[in-house]
Design a protein around this ligand. Structure first.
Ligand code: PPE
Length: 305
């Protein structure tokens, strides 16, 4: 269950959590026509609170809207400030931030005509996405029977609500089969990403992640490429197959919600020693030190609340 906070930013006003509702003929509810973001705020070691890569997330939110032909009735600066104000008003020191733009009621049918565009920003406390233990020991993954979006059937650079039907189908299947997460292949059979995370594999200290074809351009993915290169690892954005993953030394998922979660097995085959590998652990440590403001080199990635 999502942990309620006090207020939700709703079209420029703060409303009580319980009153941030929509009509049942909301266009996005029927057709998935909205766009959203997922952002994290961390409590730093000095007690302050900071949002991780806020600028990039706001930017992707506007890009998603542009791709989906939604004109947001707010400026980037207004959304940026509204996110910070929502955190402040709810006294949330650490947690998750969910901006969503959706089309309200008006026309039904696939042409939304001039249905109004609404924007909300909700925040709530959210711990480890795949569980606290997963962060330490890693997750067990199954290749999904569902294929990730072909690049011309869904717009993969956009976080469009409807794109996530594919993810929920995959996630529910993986869970029903007793796995933690689904590994999704692209329409040509190469490894793409998970239901809500990007993926990396490591062999002989070289990191590989699929290029930005059918996968979401993850902001955490981008951070980890930078961190790994700054740590003198070679990082390739290159396609690979599921059996290349089976014989990798290490593998991990990354995303705002999932942070950096090691993968311990895929399709019942242990990855490496079947636990979080050494390079994964080093990167994870570096990642957590950066988001908690302990690494001044990357202080520019944090916006104080
Ligand atoms: N791929 C997908 C499909 C995806 O949804 C996410 C984020 C990523 C990769 C990683 O992107 P980034 O967060 O920018 O590093 N998934 C979000 C949704 C999670 C949810 O359950 O909702 C997230 O991590 O916030």
């Amino acid at each position: 269950m999502v942990q309620k906070t006090e207020k939700i930013w709703f079209d420029g006003q703060f409303v009580p959590w319980e009153e941030a509702n929509v009509h049942v003929l909301n266009h996005t509810l029927h057709y998935g026509s909205g766009v959203f973001e997922g952002i994290r705020c961390y409590q730093c070691s000095d007690g302050s609170s900071a949002v991780f890569r806020l600028e990039e997330h706001v930017s992707r939110f506007f890009d998603s809207a542009h791709i989906a032909m939604i004109t947001l009735p707010f400026t980037r600066q207004e959304i940026f400030e509204a996110i910070l104000n929502t955190l402040r008003l709810n006294h949330l020191k650490a947690g998750y931030i969910r901006p969503l733009a959706y089309l309200g009621e008006g026309a039904m049918g696939l042409l939304p005509a001039d249905n109004p565009v609404h924007v909300i920003i909700a925040v709530w406390p959210w711990g480890a996405y795949l569980g606290e233990e997963a962060l330490q020991k890693g997750v067990a993954v199954k290749t999904s029977s569902f294929t990730r979006h072909q690049v011309n059937s869904m717009m993969t650079k956009a976080k469009i609500s409807g794109n996530y039907v594919n993810s929920t189908l995959a996630k529910r299947e993986a869970w029903a089969d007793g796995y933690d997460e689904a590994l999704m292949l692209d329409s040509e059979g190469y490894v793409a990403e998970a239901s809500g995370e990007n993926i990396f594999c490591i062999k002989n200290s070289v990191l590989k992640t699929p290029p930005l074809g059918s996968v979401l351009p993850g902001i955490t993915r981008d951070c980890l490429i930078t961190l790994a290169r700054d740590m003198e690892y070679r990082v390739l954005e290159q396609r690979f197959t599921r059996d290349e993953l089976y014989v990798a030394d290490e593998a991990f998922f990354c995303g705002t919600a999932a942070e950096l979660t090691p993968i311990r097995a895929i399709d019942r085959r242990a990855i490496g020693a079947g636990e979080a590998g050494p390079v994964t652990k080093l990167l994870q440590q570096e990642f957590f030190s950066v988001v908690h403001g302990d690494n001044l080199k990357y202080a520019g990635w944090l916006t104080e609340v």
